[in-house]
Ligand binder design. Sequence first.
Ligand code: ADP
Length: 487
Amino acid sequence: MSSALLDEATRIAREFDYPADQVQRGVDEYIKQSNEGLAKENTTLSQIPTFVTAVPNGTEKGLYLAVDLGGTNFRVCSVQLHGDTTFSLTQSKIMIPRELMASGTSKDLFLFLARQIEAFLRIHHNEHFEAHLRRRRDGNQMEDLFDLGFTFSFPVRQFGINSGTLIRWTKGFNIPDAVGHDVCALLQSAIDELHLPVRVAALVNDTVGTLMARSYTSPGETGTLVGAIFGTGTNGAYVEKLDKVTKLKDMKDAKYDTSTGEMIINAEWGSFDNHMSVLPDTIYDQQLDADSNNPGVQMFEKRVSGMFLGEILRRALLAMHNNPDLGLFKASKTSSVSLPSDSLFYRQWGLDTSLLSQVEADTSKDFVEVKAALKDHLKIENPSDAECEAVKIVVHAIGKRAARLSAVPMAAILIHTGKLETESMVDIGVDGSLVEFYPKFEEYIREALREVPQVGVAGDKKVRIGISKDGSGVGAALIALVASKDE
Ligand code: ADP
C-alpha cells in the first residue's frame, strides 16, 4: 500500500478530531446561546416557542387529519390513534405543479391544497364528508369537523398553536403575496371555500412532530424530552419550562394553555454558533461554506447533516487528488483510476452522503463495499487497496465528528433541563437518514455524551434514543389533538 497516501489520509482525519474538551466547550456554549434565545429575538439559536404545551402518553384516541407542505410533494393523511400507543395511517402524496410553486398567487396554491384534501376525504372518509354536507344543507349547526395538523416546512413567525406568518419562501417556492400572511388562515379560507368539514387546528414544525410521534409510540413516565432530525438538515425541539421562556412576555397577543407549565421549543439548532466561537473548522468546512449560497449561516448544520457531509468528503478527497505526490484517483504508478473530466467527483455537491454510510459499513478485507460505493456514486473503477483505505479513513473521521457534534445539543438540553437528575429515564426521538443509516451514529453520540462529566456513564444509561418516524403524519395529528383540547 502507498504509505504516503495513508499518512496523508490519517493527517486529514486528525483534522476532524473532536475531542472531549471541545465537546465540553460546545455544550457550555450551547447552553449559553440557548438561554439567550429563550430571552430575546434575533439570537443565533432561535428557540422558537411552538405553543404546543403537552406531550402525548400513548393513550390519546381519535381520527385526525395531517397535511405536509415542504418540498415537491404535498402529503395528505388521516391518522386513527387507537389509544394504546398504536395508530393507523392512510395517506396520499401529490406532486405540486411547478407553476403553482413559483408563479401563481397564494390563493391558487392554497385552493389546490384544499382540493387535494377534498379528494382525499371523498376517497377515504366519504361517509363523514357526505354527512357533513347533509347537515349543512339542513341548516344544522352541529359541526363534526376534522381537526387538521399542518406541517409547513418554511420559516414562519408563530403567534399561537394554529397561527403563524410566512417569513420567506425557500426550496424553490416563490409566491410573494403569501409572505407576511398567516398560512393557517390561508389554508382555512381555501378549505371553507370548498365547504370541507375541516378545521386547521395546528401549525406544525417537523421536529416537534418527531417529538410528539415518539412520545405517543413509546411513552415513558414523563414523555419524550427531545425530538431531533439528522436528515438533509438538522434541527431539534425539546420540552421547556414555561417560566424559562422569558421572551413570551413580549408576545402580548400570543394565546396558549399554561396549565402544564411547559412548552415545546423549536431550537433551530442548525444555526448554533454561526459566529464560530466553538465549532470545529477545517479548511474543507471553510471552502464548503464560502462556496455555499448562504455563507456564515447554518454553521452547525454544515458540519452535521446529510446535505453537507458528502461535500466535505469530496473536498478532502479532492485535495489528495490534486496533490501531485499522492495522486488519489489519478492514473499513475500508484493508481489505475482514470476519472472522466465530467465525473461527479469534480462537481460541487456531487457526492451524496449515502456514500459515507456505504463506506463506513464495509468490514471486508478487500473493500467490497467501498469499491461498490465509489463505482456507484463516482464511476471510479479499479481503485487500489490504498485508495480504498484512504477513503475509509477520511469518511470515518467526517462521520464520527458529525455524530459527536450531534451529542452537543443533546447533552446541553439534558443538562439545561436538569432531567437527568429528576428522572429515571429520559427519552429522545430521532429521525433522518443519517441517524438511521450511518453505521454506529448513535454509538458515537453516546460515546461523546459519556465524556461530558455532567452526563457521564450514569447519565448516558438513563438516556433512551429511538427512531421516531412520521412526525409530519402521526406527530402532526397529535399536535392537532393537543390543540383541539386547548379550545
Ligand atoms: P429529509 O431530511 O429531507 O426529510 P432524509 O432523512 O432521507 O430526508 O435525509 C436526506 C439526506 O440524507 C440527504 O442529504 C441524503 O444525502 C442523506 N442520505 C440519504 N441516504 C443516506 C444514507 N444511507 N446514509 C447517510 N445519509 C443518507
